[in-house]
Write a protein that binds this ligand. Structure first.
Ligand code: UD1
Ligand code: CA
Length: 466
């Protein structure tokens, strides 16, 4: 620690007025994780000696969402501006040993750790008191403008609301990321005032203050598009799409075919094997892992699940916390959830729901079935419309079905119940007792055909009408 090290203060106390939300901006989901996660991870990965997060609005929820080793929260009870956020952090700034303190707005999720490191390096090289991370944008609306003297030295950052018409045309803007020499910051933080039309302590006013004290202010350019800020939900959607698209491009380069990368939503931690083909509208969430040679038809959502090699997921499936063995086909319109394991070489067909169940090698449940808390062996067929009645109104009960079993169509398997290896159950049966191996179980009333019944009925009806 010391002169060359740096600490980072993430500003996240604001209320997100332009989001018109009950939640702080940093708690909004963005491309599979909370917005605040992005800057937090960038700060840690950049190698900051200390990372602080300024919280205020819904402080408890912010702590719960972001708490981790090495992160220290600082409460800004009243949010009186970005400058005020640093003012409340004074005790931490005083006690921290780093030579440099970086103020980092929380709403810049695309920021990369390398850029933070490069900013600090440029700051040290220039021996500046403050180095602003700037960027050039097509549309500077909403950003603080960088005002230079004769196109050189930075004189001030002027906020949108305070800018003149000429200043508003400046396309070089403040990214909201400012690198300070810690002693200079502590010396002059107290000089900020709220006497402006925003009635806020503006962190950006420190630039004029530093200039007044003849302290060196430098600027460092961020890579294009990297430090965009998110102030409303339209920008949230736009940046979300950019992040998803960059992940899609990454996986295409790794050998995955995406037929429409712009509508394929892959979370950060997902892993995909080569020669897997993913069609439009597929979401791969959480820690999902796909093997190679899989085929995912449109509009499925797969969360925290493992699909081994050569799995086919047909149209519109929902797969959560499940494992699908090699060569298995699922869907269309199937739902696998909560601790399910299928296959290998198994088949789950349309309108089949499987919960907390295993289905062994080569087994099939092809049409309109519910399997809950069931253990099904290998090469077993579950007939269309079969249901495990696993819930007795109080607790969940298990169903155990062996290998090479044929469960007839439309069976009710009232759990707890077992069907032994090699057995058959007749269509339409309600199975309430265990079935021994190699047997046939039939449970249904004998059929009665009342000949001529319909004709008689018709006659009675026509007589009544006369
Ligand atoms: C800020 C900068 C602007 C810059 C832009 C870049 C100021 C005054 N303006 O404007 O120059 O171009 O970022 O995106 O700094 N926050 C607090 N406490 C507060 C107020 C805000 O912690 O009292 C936090 C917010 O939660 C947010 C961050 O500071 O994460 C930035 O606030 P925001 O209102 O988005 O600032 P901008 O108007 O975007
Ligand atoms: Ca902002």
């Amino acid at each position: 620690m010391g002169q060359d090290g740096f600490s980072i203060l993430i500003l996240g106390a604001g209320k997100a007025t332009r989001f018109k939300s009950a939640y702080p901006k940093l708690l909004h989901p963005l491309a599979g994780r909370l917005m605040g996660e992005y800057v937090l991870r960038a700060a840690v990965a950049a190698g900051a000696e200390r990372v602080y997060m300024i919280i205020g609005h819904q402080a408890e929820a912010m702590r719960n969402a972001f708490a981790r080793a090495g992160l220290q929260f600082i409460e800004q009870k009243e949010q009186l501006g970005t400058g005020h956020a640093l003012m409340v952090a004074r005790p931490e700034l005083e006690s921290c040993a780093s030579g440099v303190a970086v103020a980092l707005v929380g709403d810049v999720p695309k920021l990369q750790p390398e850029t933070l490191r490069a900013l600090v390096a440029a700051h040290s090289k220039e021996r500046a008191a403050c180095t602003i991370l700037t960027m050039s944008v097509e549309n500077p609306t909403g950003y603080g403008r960088i005002v230079r003297v004769g196109g050189k030295r930075v004189r001030a950052i002027v906020e949108e609301k305070l800018a003149t018409a000429t200043q508003k045309r400046i396309r070089e803007v403040n990214t909201g990321i400012l690198c300070f020499s810690r002693p200079a910051l502590l010396d002059h933080l107290g000089e900020l005032s709220r006497e402006n039309i925003q009635k806020e302590y503006l962190l950006t006013d420190l630039i004029e203050i530093f200039n007044r004290h003849r302290l060196k202010v430098a600027a460092f350019q961020a890579p294009a598009g990297e430090a965009v800020g998110i102030n409303d939900r339209a920008q949230l959607a736009e940046v979300g799409k950019q992040i998803f698209l960059s992940r899609a491009i990454h996986w295409m380069k790794e050998g995955v075919t995406l037929t429409d990368p712009e509508t394929t939503y892959i979370d950060e931690e997902v892993v995909i094997g080569p020669d897997t083909v993913i069609e439009p509208g597929v979401s791969l969430r959480g820690g999902t892992r796909l093997g190679s040679g899989c085929r995912l038809e449109p509009h499925s959502t797969i969360t925290d699940s493992v699909l081994e090699d050569g799995v086919t997921v047909r149209h519109s499936c929902v797969i959560t916390n499940s494992r699908v063995g090699a060569g298995t086909a699922v869907g269309p319109f199937a739902h696998l959830r909560m601790g399910t394991a299928i296959g290998p070489e198994a088949k789950i067909g349309n309108f089949v729901e499987v919960k907390n169940s295993t289905l062994g090698q080569g087994s099939k449940a092809q049409h309109l079935a519910y399997l809950g808390d069931a253990t099904v062996g290998a090469r077993t067929n579950i007939g269309a419309g079969t249901i495990t009645c696993n819930y007795d109104g109080e607790k969940k009960n298990p169903t155990t079905i062996g290998d090479d079993v044929f469960i007839g169509s439309g069976n009710m398997l009232v759990a707890p119940v077992r069907v032994g290896d090699g057995s058959y159950t007749a269509a339409g049966s309600t199975i309430t007792q265990d079935v021994p191996p190699e047997s046939l179980a039939i449970e249904r009333g004998p059929q009665v055909n009342k000949q001529g019944w319909a004709l008689k009925r018709k006659k009675l009806k026509s007589m009544a009408r006369k």
